[in-house]
Design a protein around this ligand. Sequence first.
Ligand SMILES: NC(=O)C1=CN([C@@H]2O[C@H](COP(=O)(O)OP(=O)(O)OC[C@H]3O[C@@H](n4cnc5c(N)ncnc54)[C@H](O)[C@@H]3O)[C@@H](O)[C@H]2O)C=CC1
Ligand SMILES: O=C(O)CCC(=O)C(=O)O
Length: 384
Amino acid sequence: MNALAATNRNFKLAARLLGLDSKLEKRFNMTMLEGPMKGGIRYHPEVEPDEVNALAQLMTWKTAVANIPYGGAKGGIGCDPGELSVSELERLTRVFTQKIHDLIGIHTDVPAPDMGTGPQTMAWILDEYSKFHGYSPAVVTGKPTDLGGSLGRDAATGRGVLFATEALLNEYGKTISGQRFVIQGFGNVGSWAAQLIHEKGGKIVAVSDISGAIKNSKGLDIPSLLKHVKEQRGVKGFHGGESIQDSNSILTEDCDILIPAALGGVINRENANDIKAKFIIEAANHPTDPEADEILSKKGVVILPDIYANSGGVTVSYFEWVQNIQGFLWNEEKVNNELRTYMTNGFKDVKEMCKTHNCDLRMGAFTLGVNRVARATVLRGWEA
Ligand SMILES: NC(=O)C1=CN([C@@H]2O[C@H](COP(=O)(O)OP(=O)(O)OC[C@H]3O[C@@H](n4cnc5c(N)ncnc54)[C@H](O)[C@@H]3O)[C@@H](O)[C@H]2O)C=CC1
Ligand SMILES: O=C(O)CCC(=O)C(=O)O
């Protein structure tokens, strides 16, 4: 099932659980526009419109789950950033910004990094946008800190994944320490999640990225791996682990907790039966196909869904936007403490919906997000 069909399906299931009127449901699909829209810009060869639409819809529910005052958005360019020089990337980003500068804005749509983009991309967008509209740091988040970016935004999605994992494990009387993790993707999200989990005593037994996959049943030395990746631009060739020939098979490696942190749709009916993890923390967007959801649920695997698990990034993006508008910078401790509070509250709210609707965590998160948007929609008198 493609990403859009899967996201629409989850939305419809949540709407049924909430007993929403079908007219309201239709309204939603036409008007997912509460507050400024927020979401990342992706540069990846597989970017296509249906997937971007699905990712934008996921942002709507994610920002509602996180309880931050935004609607959802996403953008993307079908290109391979690894094949482009820095100056080509800069020109591509500036031309893209020239095309969209009237669509984005501090109170309309505020982009941020996603796969294949980062602080430098945001700096170029900010600079190009400012040529048309004057200097406006709040028009993008995830900027370099020298240009008004928030302390802690770089690590925020990975840190949010850590807080979300701690909240889930706490339900089972467990902590990070001693758990065995497998992480697919070692970019912004995967590498920060690995670093923070390692610092808490978690054992990362396998990681992969586009260059390859490596494993070590005793636990990978993450600080050395980070150094290797910085120098070699990939995990391939790391001496502290054994290489895995088929890097996609990392998803079925033996572990307690699997963290997909790269592409969508990677957990599907082809591999779901072979997954050995007891918990899946969705750091990537839409990593699990609905068919896999069903198979895994029958196996008793607990999945912490993307719209909650990876919401740390957009939450700190919100903090960045607030700081830019107020013209007052927070210290990193404040950012991280606030992030912990949002992630902890989010988990409690999702669990409450699971109890109310007798559903799993994905539907708990979807009903939470959809219900918050539904309440706002009705209050504005848009239900008919
Ligand atoms: N950056 C952020 O703040 C947020 C990102 N996400 C999601 O997290 C995921 C990762 O995003 P980022 O870390 O920002 O991207 P990134 O571009 O920094 O890193 C992506 C990583 O995935 C790897 N990768 C690409 N194709 C792969 C493949 N076929 N097999 C294994 N690894 C592969 C790359 O080599 C790289 O290590 C995406 O799904 C994104 O939408 C979600 C919330 C916020
Ligand atoms: O930080 C943001 O505004 C958006 C992050 C994002 O693209 C996501 O959560 O998928």
